[in-house]
Design a protein around this ligand. Structure first.
Ligand code: DGY
Length: 378
């Protein structure tokens, strides 16, 4: 890579940290500089491939902040270890781009940025749900094309969501936040599919029903389904909030799409490969009343053939976590993971990551996904 692609801060710093993309805000950088790191930031906008990443590590590198668009596997972690690598942090909460087992074999802690994407991502899932239900993309394109000639009784008829049934696949932090926003805001019934039941979510719905009772409004229901199939058959809207791994790849395939109501809405803000995208294109063509709202794609940045032409699909370019607060916060957490490991700090015990975002952050490492495998809990 060309030298012009690099921005170097504190060249005489003790530990060299490579950051493979320019990150939002300044606080993350200050945190690394305060830890006396030399920080090399790659200014290139395009995705770095394995050769780029190898040459970025070079012969001396103690810390790395990488991107979800980069594949970090065995060979790169070996190279990193040989260069003196001590810690890697993904600039993301998801880490399906990383071979965590390989990192663990080379004793490299892998950090991520949980906790601060929750509401932001859930809000995007809500936005996509309504954009799909009310055909916002289509209607906006129509208006901008100068085709609006006056109010009409049947112009862009969409679906009313109030009182319908929401299905949430994956009731982790983001799935729960989405479920709460939708149930509380729009009186939806909830079914969810998750490995185990989520007592916190269920008690939230119970409390909400107490409020509805006081208002003399009928309660909403909440139930965990035993199978994905059951959830798909019952739901008017399905939100996907599960992680991508071998068991969830193509979880939503042609067979399962056929189980869904013909006018259902499918939302995905998690990872693209959870849906068989070609099967979805085919399904949307056959069922014009079916709608989808997608933030993520199977082969980003490419779209499956035909997806771009579908009127019943709303698509945005993987921006669910893209609020300034969240993206700056993710940068601070990634930098704190790196600085914390280099300083030999203990792991942060809590789930709340906000203390890391302000002045006087805790002397702790926010989040290491292979901490247990590395014996860091001991
Ligand atoms: C993540 O952090 O995993 C998100 O996909 C980024 O938006």
């Amino acid at each position: 890579m060309n030298q012009n692609h690099w921005e170097i801060h504190n060249p005489d710093g003790e530990a060299r940290v490579v950051v493979t993309k320019v990150l939002p805000g300044k606080r993350w950088l200050l945190r690394l500089l305060k830890a006396n790191c030399r920080v090399d930031v790659c200014r290139r906008q395009t995705v770095l491939d394995k050769d780029d990443l190898r040459s970025a590590i070079s012969t001396q590198c103690s810390g790395l902040i990488g991107q979800l668009t980069e594949e970090w596997g065995e060979n790169l972690f070996r190279r990193f270890r040989e260069a003196g690598g001590k810690v890697y942090s993904n600039y993301a909460v998801g880490y399906n781009n990383i071979d965590v087992d390989a990192a663990t074999r080379f004793s490299i802690p892998v950090g991520n940025t949980p906790g601060i994407l929750t509401e932001t991502t859930a809000e995007m899932a809500v936005a996509l749900t309504f954009a799909a239900a009310r055909r916002l993309g289509e209607a906006e394109r129509y208006l901008r094309a100068g085709r609006f000639t006056g109010w009409l009784p049947d112009l862009f008829l969409g679906s009313l969501l109030n009182g319908k049934t929401l299905g949430v696949i994956g009731a982790g932090r983001i799935g729960c936040a989405y479920a709460k926003m939708m149930v509380q805001g729009h009186g939806l019934h909830l079914v969810y599919y998750n490995r185990s039941s989520n007592p916190e979510l269920e008690s939230f719905i119970k409390d909400y029903n107490r409020f509805r009772k006081q208002q003399r409004i009928a309660p909403v229901s909440c139930r965990r389904t035993n199978t994905v199939e059951e959830l798909l058959e019952q739901s008017d809207i399905v939100g996907i909030h599960t992680v991508l791994n071998d068991t969830t790849r193509h979880m939503i395939d042609a067979r399962r799409l056929r189980l869904m109501k013909s006018d259902a809405i499918l939302i995905n803000t998690s990872r693209g490969p959870i849906i068989d995208e070609s099967a979805l294109v085919d399904h949307c063509k056959r069922h014009p009343e079916f709608r989808a709202g997608l933030d993520v794609f199977e082969n980003e940045p490419d779209l499956a053939e035909g997806l771009n032409d579908l009127k019943n699909v709303v698509i945005v370019p993987h921006i669910a976590s893209a609020t300034r607060w969240t993206r700056e916060g993710m940068a601070i957490l990634a930098a704190s993971n790196v600085a914390g490991v280099l300083a030999g700090y203990p792991l942060w015990k809590g789930e709340d990551m906000r203390p890391f975002l302000g002045d006087g952050p805790p002397k702790a490492i926010p989040s290491i996904v292979n901490a247990e495998a590395l014996g860091m809990h001991l």
